[in-house]
Ligand binder design. Structure first.
Ligand SMILES: C[S@@+](CC[C@H](N)C(=O)[O-])C[C@H]1O[C@@H](n2cnc3c(N)ncnc32)[C@H](O)[C@@H]1O
Length: 179
């Protein structure tokens, strides 16, 4: 199973930082690709810099039509949309995990920036809430991915990483490759 994140909307200057955090959090918690619906050179370059130094093959893509992308994805994938109006994560997560493991399908996770079009709710196989209070796409994404992967992706190691951190009780244990 591979995980992709579809970020619906991006309000230029205002969302630069949070969109970058959405992408980096997706990568750090096991997603293989982030799809944006708006171009932003700053966000793209920030993500590419991290991938270059910290390794892996996390992909960055901008699509013209998120609807077409999502419909095609559904041929061999499950779509989960994170929204505070959705079903209770505590009740539905087991079903989603079973659905994925039975079908071996890939997962597309949709998160919004501003108001999400009705069609996203209709295209999703699951509309899922992480609590019923409004908060942040970064928090919702992180909690969902952590529950899905049960923490297994948190300490992924990449052979091509130029920087590696080893967990330590008392010191910064960092390996930096020399040029
Ligand atoms: C800042 S919110 C904006 C939501 C917008 N006001 C709306 O009505 O759709 C941005 C995104 O964070 C995610 N989000 C925020 N709170 C959430 C919650 N309680 N559960 C799941 N996702 C949430 C959703 O993906 C949402 O589209």
């Amino acid at each position: 199973m591979t995980i992709e994140i579809l970020r619906l909307g991006h309000r230029g200057e205002r969302d630069k930082r949070i969109s970058t955090h959405v992408a980096l959090t997706s990568r750090a918690l096991g997603a293989k690709k982030i799809i944006f619906t708006e171009e932003d050179k700053h966000v793209k370059e920030s993500v590419e810099r991290i991938v270059d130094s910290w390794g892996g093959d996390f992909k960055f893509e901008v699509v013209k039509s998120w609807r077409t992308y999502t419909k095609r994805f559904k041929d061999n994938g499950i779509v989960v949309h994170l929204t505070m109006y959705g079903e209770n994560i505590n009740k539905i997560m087991t079903e989603i995990r079973e659905d994925i493991s039975k079908t071996n399908k890939n997962l597309l996770l949709i998160i919004g920036a501003e108001k999400v079009p009705r069609e996203a709710y209709d295209l999703a196989d699951y509309n899922l809430s992480v609590g019923n209070q409004p908060h942040s796409e970064v928090a919702a994404l992180a909690i969902f991915l952590d529950r899905l992967t049960e923490g297994k992706t948190l300490y992924s190691e990449y052979n091509d990483a130029k920087i590696k951190v080893t967990p330590s009780k008392s010191e910064k244990c960092v390996f930096v490759e020399k040029d």
